[in-house]
Design a protein around this ligand. Structure first.
Ligand code: DX5
Ligand code: ZN
Length: 237
């Protein structure tokens, strides 16, 4: 069933979710206000534990510390996330995405998310995302489609930004689109994460992604405003 929160996010699509960890962290407030002024609505926060994927990044205190009106799109790349999900929600996550490969109990994680309140606005609820690594069969999504708000397809293996899109990636987007249609959940959002550049963003958006995560292509240390504008316009046209 489509929630109010999902309807609200859908209205913003197609759009980009900007990866905050590629920003200049010493000037984070300024960096976020630049992308906000350009019309970015989603801030993508990559949480890595050094176990599920090689890098370690940030946790709930960092997420709580970001003062912004952007929606906090939290991508959990951590082993056994269930016990930690409430802390991320309490820290202000608007969207929580859990990897299907990270827990034996993905359905329990989704059920847990469905019962938690969004601390930014309790009337909204927390949006439930499920992410798949490039090597994970898409069929694993099937039993979950009636209970999620977003599918996140990783176009790279999780770990760090700036990697190249895996070949045949667009075919996976098309297949998920078909699955959503057949499951009568065309309202579920399709998000693509990793390896997005100025050169390939229009192609990815053209194949039907609703939300495109972009990190290093925006925060390249030089022209953040222009980059954010370019990426947003690319998905809107
Ligand atoms: C992959 C992360 C991505 C990615 C984004 O480990 O989930 O969010 O690093 O960064 P770019 O857009 O630079 O590939
Ligand atoms: Zn991510």
């Amino acid at each position: 069933m489509q929630s109010e929160a999902l309807r609200g996010l859908r209205e913003l699509c197609p759009t980009v979710s900007v990866g905050v960890l590629t920003a200049d962290l010493m000037n984070l407030e300024r960096e976020i206000s630049i992308i906000e002024n350009e019309g970015v609505k989603l801030l993508h926060i990559d949480v890595m534990d050094g176990c599920f994927c090689p890098m370690m990044t940030v946790g709930p205190p960092f997420i709580k510390g970001i003062r912004t009106s952007l929606l906090k799109d939290v991508h959990l790349m951590i082993d056994e996330p269930i016990s930690k999900i409430p802390d991320f929600v309490a820290a202000g996550a608007d969207i929580v995405t859990v990897h299907i490969e990270s827990t034996r109990h993905i359905h329990r994680a989704i059920q847990l998310l469905a019962g938690l309140k969004n601390v930014n606005d309790p009337s909204r609820g927390v949006l439930r995302g499920v992410a798949l690594n490039p090597g994970t069969p898409l069929e694993t999504l099937s039993p979950l489609l009636s209970e999620i708000d977003m599918v996140v397809l990783l176009a790279i293996n999780p770990g760090w930004s700036g990697q190249k899109l895996t070949p045949a990636f667009c075919e996976r987007i098309l297949r998920v689109k078909r699955m959503l249609h057949e499951a009568e959940r065309p309202d579920v959002l399709l998000c693509v994460d990793g390896g997005v550049t100025r050169e390939n963003i229009s192609m990815i958006s053209g194949v039907g992604a609703d939300i495109i995560v972009t990190g290093s292509a925006v925060f390249d240390g030089k022209a953040v405003a222009q980059n954010a504008r370019f990426m947003l316009e690319a998905v809107r046209t």
